[in-house]
Design a protein around this ligand. Structure first.
Ligand SMILES: [Cu+2]
Length: 241
């Protein structure tokens, strides 16, 4: 072996060792959202109970889901999202998200999608709904107001939103109590807290970020985080507002 070959061999070895020593490329963030204090009672949707058609579909009492809290204080419908990863949307190739209309209510009440991701709105009711997306007219936002009737058994409606927006409101122009809030995020690193308050954001690239938790009524909380190799837990506790 001459000197030149020996040198090449050493370089290969060094490269292999470097690759092995690199940290994993992503970390998972999990956590739980809780609410301190007793929220005001969710108001009953009397208009639904009084509607001749909708009342046939829903037998139980319906309340506006302003605060969805479990007995142990777990808070649902909180959007948890990382700031600083804007521009990394994979929405165009992501599977569609689904917003259903069932029992004259939007299900889910709060959800989050990516910019460019297809949102399918379904009508599972045997009656007409009118799906009305009402983005705020913010400077620089390309999100468009859209208003579409959807007959019973009609095909799914498709929506996409090019700009990030928090709690973009959907309403129904036939049933004035029907609302849904769709947060649009410009990357895939977000989640919405489940009924047990938990959330999971997967495969976050390493870095220092602000993690933001937003609830329609309780407001916003932020925490500074650093994502490195492996999982970490970040919890948020809201106060009743
Ligand atoms: Cu409706």
């Amino acid at each position: 072996m001459n000197i030149k070959n020996m040198s090449n061999h050493t370089n290969y070895l060094t490269a292999a060792l470097l690759v092995a020593a690199l940290p994993a490329f992503a970390g998972d963030i999990t956590g739980k959202i809780t609410l301190r204090g007793t929220p005001p009672p969710n108001p009953e949707v009397r208009d639904l109970a009084n509607d001749a058609n909708c009342s046939k579909l829903v037998k139980e009492k319906v309340n506006m889901p302003f605060y969805v809290v479990s007995p142990d204080g777990a808070l649902a419908d909180v959007v948890i999202s990382i700031k600083g990863l804007e521009g990394k949307s994979t929405g165009a190739s992501a599977p569609p998200a689904v917003l259903d209309q069932k029992g004259c209510q939007y299900i889910p009440y709060v959800m989050a999608i990516q910019t460019g991701q297809t949102l399918l709105v379904k009508n599972s009711d045997p009656l007409l709904h009118n799906v009305h997306a009402t983005p705020v007219k913010a400077e620089g936002s390309k999100n468009k107001e859209t208003n579409l009737p959807q007959l019973a058994g009609g095909p799914d409606l498709k929506f996409t939103f090019p700009s990030a927006e928090k709690f973009l409101r959907f309403k129904c122009d036939v049933h004035p109590w029907m609302f849904a809030y769709v947060t649009v995020v410009d990357h895939p690193y977000f989640d919405v807290s489940a009924k047990d308050g938990t959330f999971r954001i997967k495969n976050v690239p390493p870095g220092k970020y602000t993690l933001e938790a937003s609830h329609r009524k309780a407001g916003e909380l932020t925490k500074e985080i650093e994502v490195t190799d492996g999982p970490q837990t970040v919890d948020f506790a809201f106060d009743v507002k």
